[in-house]
Design a protein around this ligand. Structure first.
Ligand SMILES: CCCCC/C=C\C/C=C\C/C=C\CC/C=C/C(=O)SCCNC(=O)CCNC(=O)[C@H](O)C(C)(C)COP(=O)(O)OP(=O)(O)OC[C@H]1O[C@@H](n2cnc3c(N)ncnc32)[C@H](O)[C@@H]1OP(=O)(O)O
Ligand SMILES: Cc1cc2nc3c(=O)[nH]c(=O)nc-3n(C[C@H](O)[C@H](O)[C@H](O)COP(=O)(O)OP(=O)(O)OC[C@H]3O[C@@H](n4cnc5c(N)ncnc54)[C@H](O)[C@@H]3O)c2cc1C
Length: 536
């Protein structure tokens, strides 16, 4: 009924909304949110109120000047009892005049690192009344007399965030495809230095260090697209089960969505920055689009759940799984490997060997965390303090688990799809899987040395495998980014345009600057000349 009321109006843009959860004082700790929604049975209304400055909603995208409605997450009070945070759909502006409604204080939060096109806003309520059906009652309800009917699963309130975290993994695949396209096309056009005096300046794409910076971004885009597809399929399956009242698989989805969102956003931000730096000074130009792209990807490390907090959520699940498995209870498919008690096998420099190695690292780290926590608790430390003192290791265990999931998914999905591809295309995609897997083995070689039987000669061989792969992928690099098929209008980049006219485009953009409107800028007469004449 509520969906019939609100969804059609949102779809036809009568309602422009945003998600108003975060407050000045709380973003992570949702149970600490201060906005209140108090039910008045006499009028069958909720009274929304921001009791303190820190209760003001702060950050929601489009809230400042675009949205006329929003989903407000508030502490629900009824019959004198606080039932915790619940979502409410609230009109905040007049649909004709767009003026803020009486009792609503709304505005712009100010300049940000990036996302300058999104008017992120603040929102405060001064005993603002909304009808009872403003409470989104899919999970929990408040009856006309104020009786609270609890949800069958309180965490369903957090469902929106799981959905967005699932989507973000695919978003990162897209953003990495943009960064890789810009930087690799530029690296094919840019010639620099003379390693061989009697030869012309080479393409910078032929420097192996440049390949090391860029090819992992290209491979990660494919790895995250494939993993994002797998995660979406998992989300759809869990959601279907939830609809029929079965919440058994929700904890696993929450855990894997948390660590994948955290690892893919962190990787995307650092790899987009590497793309920016690989383009030298021109990568620092706004017209290259790389600084904006960095701002967008680094924001994703914070929004929809700050990365550390989410990695700790996954660590909570891994520790619980270890404790369950140690009692012989079955584990979820993504965590079942934790109970592999077989002897550490002889190391193999193969994809399967490396994936098995990352699972060993994750299981070893989880076991070390459980042992440290148990030891601290036995010494009289509270569980919460023991958790905090172990939290750096818990984050590392969560990252290792996430990497094992990505490596295994990327390999399995490409192997499955390869049968339907032409042999040359299958070969190139397998090279990207191989590069991605060996890259991360080398990045985490310390962990592999701690938890597997990898030896020094294996590491040397992996380094050679990696350098051979850079050489094999080089001839197809431009073709691989062209295959992302990103239009120039979407790339919005002087360095990444398909025609490669980099220098002409850089100059064209420079000449658009208002500072080039006249040969002598007025600042000379107002400041420079008086200063030079000692008059300032
Ligand atoms: C391809 C094209 C791309 C174009 C894309 C364009 C743009 C990109 C899109 C968007 C970009 C622009 C803007 C971004 C919009 C951003 C929006 C936001 O940021 S919205 C706000 C997000 N905020 C958060 O995520 C808050 C994070 N905090 C929390 O989730 C909770 O506070 C936290 C940390 C989980 C703690 O909650 P708490 O109640 O204290 O729980 P516990 O830790 O005690 O755990 C209790 C149990 O509950 C389980 N749990 C927790 N969360 C969930 C969940 N979501 N689902 C299921 N279960 C959950 C948890 O596992 C515990 O279970 P056990 O007790 O261990 O069994
Ligand atoms: C571009 C952008 C768009 C956004 N859009 C929206 C939106 O549309 N709607 C919305 O509601 N919100 C939005 N947000 C807000 C975002 O969801 C919050 O910023 C995010 O949830 C982090 O919360 P916080 O800012 O309060 O940081 P905090 O939670 O205060 O985190 C600060 C630091 O404390 C650490 N920390 C916090 N808790 C713990 C813990 N338990 N254990 C260990 N360390 C901890 C964190 O790791 C972090 O290092 C947006 C934010 C950005 C940057």
């Amino acid at each position: 009924e509520q969906q019939e009321k609100w969804v059609p109006r949102a779809v036809n843009m009568e309602i422009i909304g945003t998600y108003a959860q975060t407050e000045l004082g709380h973003g992570t700790f949702l149970r600490g949110l201060e906005t209140t929604a108090t039910y008045d049975p006499n009028t069958e209304e909720f009274v929304l109120n921001s009791p303190t400055l820190t209760a003001y909603k702060w950050w929601p995208g489009g809230l400042a000047h675009t949205a006329n409605h929003c989903v407000v997450v508030a502490q629900l009070h009824s019959k004198g009892v606080n039932h915790g945070v619940h979502p409410f759909i609230v009109q905040i502006r007049d649909e004709d005049t767009h003026m803020p409604l009486p009792g609503v204080k709304v505005g712009e939060i100010g300049p940000k690192l990036s996302f300058s096109t999104a008017n992120n806003g603040f929102l405060g309520f001064d005993n603002f009344r909304v009808p009872r059906d403003s409470m989104l009652m899919k999970n929990a309800q408040v009856l006309k007399d104020g009786t609270y009917v609890k949800s069958r699963l309180s965490k369903l309130t957090y469902g929106t965030m799981v959905f967005i975290r699932v989507m973000i993994v695919t978003d990162m695949a897209y953003y990495l495809s943009v960064g890789a396209t810009i930087a690799i096309r530029y690296s094919a056009v840019r010639h620099q230095s003379k390693p061989k005096e009697n030869e012309p300046e080479p393409q910078i794409l032929d420097y192996v260090t440049q390949q090391h910076k860029l090819f992992i971004a290209l491979a990660s885009s494919h790895a995250f697209r494939v993993t994002g597809q797998w995660l979406w399929t998992t989300f759809v399956r869990v959601n279907k089960a939830l609809t029929s009242g079965n919440a058994d698989t929700l904890p696993e989805l929450h855990a894997v969505a948390c660590c994948l969102k955290a690892v893919t956003t962190r990787d995307a931000a650092s790899m987009v920055e590497a793309c920016r730096m690989s383009c030298g000074g021109h990568g620092y130009m706004t017209s290259s689009y790389l600084p904006i792209l960095y701002g967008i990807t680094t924001a994703a490390c914070t929004y929809e759940g700050e990365n550390t907090v989410l990695l700790l959520q996954t660590a909570r699940s891994l520790v619980k799984a270890w404790q369950k498995g140690s009692k012989g209870k079955p584990l979820s498919p993504t965590e079942a490997y934790l109970m592999d008690k077989s002897p550490v096998p002889k190391w193999e420099n193969t994809l399967d060997g490396i994936i098995a190695g990352f699972r060993r690292v994750s299981a070893g780290k989880v076991q070390d965390c459980v042992s440290k926590i148990d030891k601290l608790v036995k010494m009289g430390t509270s569980y919460e303090d023991a958790w905090n003192q172990t939290s750096v290791r818990l984050v590392a265990a969560s990252e290792a688990h996430s990497r094992a999931v990505i490596l295994a998914t990327f390999r399995a999905e490409v192997s499955r799809a390869a049968a339907a591809l032409s042999p040359p295309l299958a070969r190139v995609l397998h090279q990207l899987v191989h590069l991605y897997t060996v890259y991360w083995a080398l990045e985490r070689v310390g962990d592999l040395l701690l938890y597997t039987s990898i030896a020094e000669r294996d590491v040397q061989e992996l380094q050679q495998q990696y350098e051979d792969l850079l050489q094999k992928i080089r001839p197809n690099t431009v073709g691989l980014v062209d295959a992302f098929d990103l239009r120039d209008e979407i790339l919005n980049s002087t360095l990444g345009a398909y025609d490669g006219r980099v220098y002409e485009r850089l100059m064209e953009e420079a000449l658009k600057s208002p500072l080039n409107a006249e040969p002598v800028n007025q600042s000379f007469h107002k400041y420079l000349k008086p200063f030079m004449q000692g008059k300032l």
